[in-house]
Write a protein that binds this ligand. Structure first.
Ligand SMILES: NC(=O)C1=CN([C@@H]2O[C@H](COP(=O)(O)OP(=O)(O)OC[C@H]3O[C@@H](n4cnc5c(N)ncnc54)[C@H](OP(=O)(O)O)[C@@H]3O)[C@@H](O)[C@H]2O)C=CC1
Ligand SMILES: O=C(CO)COP(=O)(O)O
Length: 328
């Protein structure tokens, strides 16, 4: 049995906390909202984020960081990327020095261009850490459905040890030492899911969506490569795998947000679409490296209100014709 603390009581944090509590660990879920944490502890349900899932009775919940972290052996950071800097600064002094940090956010800090591991490690430089990412809807994991993800750490030995610890019967972790690849895939697939959703929402059809996903994946690979990612990682669960999942279903908040934008309707009910925050900085990082990323570019312009979905489509279709083998 491990002492596990999950920081962030949204959909994904609650799902992971539930997964590890069901697997027999001593798990504490930490959230900033005291009333919501008291309700989770009393009702074994997270009414705001996973209302239809009954949580294990053994799962504890608190808004007190000292209680949440005092015995932690493993600490999962499951917050939106834009919240990580502030939260890790506030919580760092409560985190035991030897605890394994597991970073679960899929996004890029839009001010600094940093990924989750770079943000959190600035405050907690001495702790061992890994990144967990891959195709995994919170509701599926909370229901105990079979799922496979990638766990990346600075050394393959640490990644294997962490994968062993973080795997359960139905939740399979594949080890990797490619942190850059895993983080790039997780962040960029969200932006591409916005684009795929817009194509569907605008009524452009499944063929257009397949073209966007495929050409978007070429952009993901080019930019990933510039970050030092290994091609195998980008072709794996945390890259292509998550891109397929996120572009396939309105269960994805990013895809659903894109569909809404395409239809011109408001979806402010969607709790978090990370791609909205990552798009601008992803396009900028590509531009700074002279990497061709026209889909990331048009998504960032649409979100900034500078062009319409129709104008974006016209821009993409008007690009010069190329040999495919030279442009992947
Ligand atoms: N949902 C999913 O299926 C998956 C999500 N992820 C990734 O996990 C990360 C978290 O996503 P998810 O749990 O779904 O998001 P949610 O929107 O469901 O929950 C976000 C949580 O973060 C808290 N939070 C938001 N801002 C702050 C802040 N400034 N300080 C402290 N806490 C804050 C919210 O608290 P409050 O309720 O008080 O606002 C809430 O508990 C994202 O990067 C996402 O891409 C990865 C895999 C799957
Ligand atoms: O990352 C996810 C699935 O792997 C969740 O996707 P959304 O954040 O788009 O819902």
């Amino acid at each position: 049995m491990k002492q596990i603390t999950v920081i962030g009581a949204g959909a994904w944090g609650t799902a992971l906390a539930s997964l590890y509590a069901r697997a027999g660990n001593d798990v504490v879920l930490y959230g900033r909202d005291a009333a919501a944490m008291a309700a989770i502890a009393a009702e074994h349900r997270n009414a705001a984020y996973l209302p239809d899932i009954e949580l294990p009775a053994a799962l504890r919940a608190t808004s007190d960081p000292r209680i949440a972290l005092e015995h932690a052996e493993t600490v999962l950071f499951v917050l939106p990327a834009q919240a990580l800097d502030g939260a890790s600064e506030a919580l760092a002094r409560f985190v035991p020095k030897t605890a394994l940090l597991v970073l679960c956010a899929k996004g890029i800090d839009r001010k600094s261009g940093r990924f989750a591991s770079q943000i959190v490690r600035e405050r907690l430089a001495d702790n061992p850490f890994c990144v967990l990412s891959g195709p995994s809807f919170a509701r599926d994991v909370a229901r105990g459905l079979p799922t496979a993800v990638t766990v990346a750490a600075p050394t393959i030995a640490l990644a294997e040890a962490a994968s062993e610890q973080l795997s359960t019967e139905a939740f399979r972790c594949y080890a990797s030492d490619d942190i850059a690849g895993v983080e790039a895939g997780g962040a960029l697939k969200n932006v591409l899911a916005l684009a795929a959703g817009m194509a569907i929402g605008r009524g452009l059809g499944e063929s257009a969506k397949a073209a966007i996903v495929t050409r978007g994946f070429a952009e993901l690979r080019r930019l990933g490569d510039a970050f030092g990612a290994q091609p195998e990682t980008l072709m794996g669960l945390s890259g292509l795998g998550d891109l397929i999942l996120t572009c396939s279903s309105e269960q994805s908040r990013n895809f659903a947000y894109g569909v809404a934008l395409g239809r011109g309707v408001d979806r402010t009910d969607l709790k978090l679409a990370e791609g909205v925050y990552s798009a601008g900085i992803a396009a900028r990082l590509a531009r700074e490296r002279a990497i061709e990323a026209p889909i990331l570019e048009v998504v960032s312009h649409i979100l900034a209100g500078e062009i319409s979905v129709d104008e974006a489509m016209r821009t993409l279709l008007a690009r010069p014709l190329r040999r495919e083998a030279e442009s992947v």
